[in-house]
Design a protein around this ligand. Structure first.
Ligand SMILES: NC(=O)c1ccc[n+]([C@@H]2O[C@H](COP(=O)([O-])OP(=O)(O)OC[C@H]3O[C@@H](n4cnc5c(N)ncnc54)[C@H](OP(=O)(O)O)[C@@H]3O)[C@@H](O)[C@H]2O)c1
Length: 269
């Protein structure tokens, strides 16, 4: 059972969720509002953000602010800095991602660069922006989203998986740097989650592992419950078991081949 008052005292009064308009991002926003935080909501689709914001203020009495913008844009963080000057952000959740699925050379270079901008460049800059204030206050939290595809090379989503590996290693390093200074850093290494984005990617099958797809609410609860307890969480028992097999039992070469076969079955029609 979460102690709402102590969660809000440690990570409030405001949380910012980057990539908040649907799926996992919206689930983070709802769970954080339920835990007593006010919300800054960022994504491209303003109407979805607006309706989520109204919902959070009606249901949880949360104060909200929306910032509609493209997180892959070079000036995204400057715009966020400008629009959050008047609020104290105690928690940053970076959820947005771009995934260019398919054989590497069949995607234009712009798509690969957009993956780097959305998944690595912008979260790094946002951490730089907000962590300084958190450290000065001696409290706060940062949650990054990663993927089981990041534990080894993952064919057909090679750049995406590489950016997600960046998030794991970055979060672990910062966790160690800041854990005794009151700022908790966590990376959530997720398996498949039934989000509109995942469903729209039309995965053909799961590669013989059975359906281990989780719901956004479950993933978010496990992630937020793990904040402050260690540098990373893999939500879902089956995902934890499969990650032990992939990382510790299979030789790395076999893990890369196995993951490649699964992704080929899922996405290369
Ligand atoms: N779903 C899965 O199976 C799965 C598995 C492993 C890891 N993950 C990770 O979980 C996170 C969320 O996953 P998801 O893809 O399923 O998404 P989601 O949370 O359902 O939706 C992505 C959110 O990010 C926003 N977004 C995406 N690109 C953006 C951009 N350039 N600028 C501003 N906002 C942007 C989208 O809103 P707008 O479109 O309105 O901008 C949306 O609100 C990602 O970091 C992903 O790597 C997901």
């Amino acid at each position: 059972m979460v102690n709402k008052a102590s969660f809000a005292a440690r990570y409030g009064p405001w949380a910012i969720v980057a990539g908040a308009s649907e799926g996992l991002g919206a689930a983070y926003a709802k769970e954080l509002a339920a835990r007593g935080l006010n919300l800054v909501l960022v994504a491209r689709r303003a109407e979805l953000l607006q309706s989520l914001a109204s919902n959070l203020s009606t249901k949880y009495n949360a104060e909200t602010k929306i910032i509609p913008l493209d997180l892959s844009a070079a000036d995204a963080v400057e715009q966020i800095a400008e629009n959050t000057k008047d609020v104290e952000v105690g928690l940053l959740v970076y959820n947005a991602a771009f995934s260019a699925i398919g054989p590497f050379l069949e995607r234009p270079i712009e798509d690969h660069l957009k993956e780097i901008n959305t998944n690595a460049f912008t979260p790094l800059k946002l951490i730089y922006l907000f962590a300084e204030h958190m450290l000065a206050r001696g409290r706060g939290g940062i949650v990054l989203m990663s993927s089981l595809s990041a534990f080894q090379g993952s064919a057909y989503i090679s750049t995406y998986a590489a950016t997600k590996a960046f998030n794991i290693v970055l979060a672990e390093g910062l966790w160690e740097e800041w854990r005794e200074r009151g700022v908790d850093v966590l990376v959530c290494v997720s398996g498949a989650v039934k989000t509109p984005n995942y469903v729209a990617s039309e995965p053909e099958q799961t590669g013989g592992l059975g359906d281990m797809t989780m719901n956004p609410d479950q993933v978010v609860r496990e992630a937020l419950n793990a904040l402050g307890k260690g540098p990373y969480i893999i939500p879902g028992r089956m995902n934890r078991i499969s990650s032990i097999i992939m990382r510790h039992l299979l030789p790395r070469k076999a893990a890369v081949k196995f993951m490649g076969r699964i992704l080929k079955n899922m996405y290369v029609k």
